[in-house]
Design a protein around this ligand. Structure first.
Ligand code: PLP
Length: 800
């Protein structure tokens, strides 16, 4: 949009007065931030209104991305950048003696997601809007987001994330569009006299779902999409007899808290309730919109609406859409089913068996009696149809309801026309191994959509210095099409450019070093290699492998303090699920190892370990630009895609990688000479499983380096881990090292030595760094969402 400094200052000062009756000099940061946000809102609101009206009138197909998590982070800079007014506003504020960067810190992260899954959903929201694609989000407006992590005595403590205390300035509450969601009670079917069965209900618990619309501003393209987040409330007309404290609490709880575990699904009623809550509310809103604005009959809804099931949490979309079509719209089963399959599509995000979501049948039956009937009927009809075609073995292995459980992945695949994995390797594993029986029955449904990241946040906003350097070198076109970055390759032998690239990295490291000094009170050497592993803490991600390597370097120094070791700063950022005991033990161990090594005079500052607390999107925006090395060291076959690998690559870090997830595609993009590959391959891992002959204890016994390191966990060498040390030791030896940490250790050490060698040649390193930046274009989520739009949703850009 067009905006002059003068106009902005006028708008800003007026808003501050209107809101707080204060002049700028008396206003606090919070008041200034809120006023600025209101001004920005006044800029996008007219575009938003126009887009909403356009979508009502244009009769164009829209996609709805259902996700139980979103992880947008802070929105101020994102909105300014995408509106094209970042520089104007920054300069105008600076004229008023206000720092935009400091002000932006006032905004709490919108952290209504756990990690990669939620962040992907938010990158998609940014990309959909930035490509002008009509794609909406649908989720839950959790009152408390992902817990805030505090490290006390090396332990993770969890504090509530009360992010809404000062309100969310961007959202719009729309009570007039509230819908009702019901739970429990009894349901029975009665003939309606016209030959069909109609459900009747008794004693249902009623909850009001109120939508809050959040603007998803597109990048310099006058598009504002919608992300709808639902809040649970008590219906106004609720009979006082039902308004007891239990009910009130339960209703409030539905949108109170994000489930803070991103991989294990213990049977939890509240979680199931949340899933149904936002699914039912979202689908009801879509159908109301359809009724009001779309001129075609309901039987054509698949030509106007695509619903995406992001992981299995929204899998109830399938039976709930059936319920609405049959019970409310009067469609026959066959027709409703055909439409449902065409409307729905599904992304699988993990193949870890403990993360495959299942719900006990009786729980679903009690909580959602009508939906349960429909699930049984879907399963019954499919079994009957398929038995003669594919035989009992395949039918049984792919059933939705079996062994007293409802299998949510099965429901999602059977009830949709598309199932995709999130990187090539992952999609192959789905087809060949994990969901092979489904692939046999429905081969045409399976496809790959390699994940991506929104370069607006992960480069333009978080790394302004690198962005400016790129502008000066190849112009601005890359800001609209990340593939343009390949033009940087022309500068790989240009010493001026390479030294400027080094200077940018150095400046980003200095900036991070200041944050580390302030938050951790640790001095780090900005000439050192910044070696970064930031991601949720999980055994399969193998933060422990990183730790064992650090211990190896430590012992090398202890054995010979004069050894020539290139200085390194190891930076960790990681939250553990509150109930994940082992992950929390690893955090404690990292912190104690940091204490040991950071303060050892023999080490003399050559190694520093920094565990940054409360890893979240805004902290990632500081850490990632400063990284030299990106640790992507999960056991091959376990990480579906990864996205921090892409963010780090885009910012010029070199990847230390196993052949897992999207690392393989990163390797293909940058070439073998610009990445460090080590470790078992997926096939080697599966061979071990097939033979069943992995023996971690043998490695512990026979490898003297590892022997010494592992002993350090239980002989007091690493202090203050009397409980955690032996636990970690046992998991790696007695319990046979589930993720082959010991097996991959030697090769990891070899590859890490290559890192050090290459880093000593700064020109060679910087060229490799450049190759990573220049080849990152394909990992833009703009590319990913365009593939979803073309191959899965069949939607076209608004103004196309
Ligand atoms: C990108 C991101 C993740 C995902 O990291 P992976 O290494 O891909 O698991 C998690 N948390 C935050 C805050 C992120 O920005």
């Amino acid at each position: 949009m067009e905006l002059t400094k003068e106009q902005f200052i006028q708008d800003f000062e007026k808003t501050l007065t209107d809101k707080y009756a204060k002049p700028l000099i008396q206003a606090g940061q919070q008041e200034i931030f809120q006023s600025l946000a209101d001004v920005v809102k006044s800029y996008y609101a007219p575009i938003w209104q126009e887009d909403l009206a356009y979508k009502d009138e244009s009769q164009k197909k829209q996609a709805y991305y259902f996700s139980i998590e979103f992880l947008p982070g802070q929105m101020l800079k994102s909105n300014l950048l995408n509106l094209g007014i970042m520089d104007t506003v920054r300069e105008a504020l600076s004229d008023l003696n206000v720092s935009l960067d400091e002000l932006a810190e006032v905004e709490p992260d919108m952290a209504i997601g756990n990690g990669g899954l939620g962040r992907l959903a938010s990158c998609f929201m940014d990309s959909l809007a930035s490509k002008g694609l009509p794609g909406n989000g649908n989720g839950i407006r959790y009152r408390y987001g992902l817990f805030k992590q505090k490290i006390i005595d090396g332990y993770q403590c969890e504090l509530p994330d009360s992010w809404l205390d000062n309100g969310n300035p961007w959202e719009v509450r729309r009570p007039e569009q509230a819908v009702e969601v019901t739970f429990g009670g009894e349901v029975w079917l009665e003939d309606d006299g016209k030959g069909s069965l109609k459900p009747h209900y008794r004693d249902q618990e009623r909850v009001l779902a109120v939508p809050y619309d959040n603007p998803m501003v597109g990048y310099e393209n006058s598009t504002v999409n919608n992300m709808c987040l639902w809040r649970s409330e008590i219906p106004e007309d609720l009979d006082v007899r039902f308004q007891n404290l239990d009910y009130m609490n339960q209703t409030a709880q539905l949108s109170a808290e994000l489930y803070p575990d991103d991989s294990n699904y213990d049977g939890r009623l509240l979680r199931l309730k949340q899933e149904y809550f936002f699914v039912s509310a979202g689908l009801q809103r879509i159908l109301k919109h359809y009724k009001k604005h779309i001129k075609a009959p309901i039987s054509q809804i698949h030509e106007y609406v695509a619903v995406h099931i992001n992981d299995t949490h929204p899998a109830l979309c399938v039976p709930e859409f059936m319920r609405l079509l049959i019970d409310d719209w009067g469609l026959a089963w066959e027709q409703a089913w055909e439409i449902t399959v065409k409307v729905m599509s599904y992304t699988n995000h993990t193949i870890l068996p403990e993360a495959m979501e299942k719900w006990p049948e009786d729980m679903v039956q009690n909580l959602l009696p009508r939906v349960y009937q429909i699930i049984l009927e879907i399963d019954r009809r499919r079994t009957k149809d398929l038995l003669p075609k594919v035989g009992p073995t395949l039918v049984h292995s792919t059933r939705i309801v079996k062994d007293g459980q409802i299998h949510m992945a099965h429901l999602s695949i059977i009830g949709s026309h598309s199932t995709n994995g999130v990187a090539k390797l992952h999609s192959d594993l789905i087809k060949d191994v994990v969901l092979h029986d489904f692939y046999t029955i429905y081969p045409e449904r399976f496809n790959n959509k390699t994940n991506g990241i929104a370069e607006r946040r992960w480069l333009q906003i978080s790394n302004e210095k690198l962005s400016s350097l790129i502008d000066e070198t190849i112009g601005r076109a890359w800001r609209h099409d990340l593939n343009e970055l390949v033009l940087l390759k022309n500068y790989k032998d240009n010493p001026d450019f390479l030294s400027q690239l080094q200077a940018v990295k150095k400046a980003d490291k200095v900036r991070l070093a200041e944050v580390i000094k302030e938050r951790n009170d640790i001095e780090v050497n900005t000439e050192a290699i910044f070696d970064v592993q930031v991601k949720r803490l999980h055994a399969y991600k193998r933060q422990l492998l990183n730790v064992l390597h650090i211990m190896k370097l430590y012992f090398d120094i202890k054995d010979d303090p004069s050894i020539d070791i290139y200085p390194r700063v190891f930076i960790f950022g990681s939250k553990a699920a509150p109930g994940y005991h082992y992950a929390k033990s690893i955090i404690k161990a990292i912190n104690e190892i940091a204490n040991l090594i950071n303060n050892d005079t023999d080490v003399a500052g050559r190694l520093k370990i920094v565990f940054m607390e409360n890893y979240n999107v805004s902290l990632a925006e500081y850490i990632i630009p400063a990284a030299d090395v990106s640790e992507q060291i999960s056991l091959a076959s376990k990480e579906a895609s990864g996205t921090s690998n892409m963010k780090l690559m885009l910012n010029g870090a070199l990847t230390m990688a196993t052949l897992d997830g999207a690392n393989i595609e990163i390797k293909d993009a940058v070439g073998d000479e610009n990445i460090f590959i080590f470790g078992l391959t997926k096939d080697e891992v599966y061979d071990y499983y097939a033979r069943g002959d992995y023996n971690a204890h043998d490695i512990y016994k026979s490898n003297p380096v590892l022997n010494r390191i592992l002993n350090a966990f239980r002989d007091g060498t690493i202090p203050n881990i009397a409980n955690e040390g032996p636990e970690i030791f046992a998991s790696l030896t007695t319990y046979n090292d589930e993720y082959f940490v010991l097996r991959d250790f030697d090769d990891y050490v070899r590859a890490q030595a290559e890192v050090e060698a290459l880093y000593r040649d700064q020109t060679a390193w910087t060229k490799a760094s450049l190759a990573n930046i220049a080849n990152a274009g394909r990992f833009s989520s703009d590319r990913t969402v365009q593939e979803y739009a073309d191959d899965i949703w069949y939607i076209k850009a608004n103004k196309a």
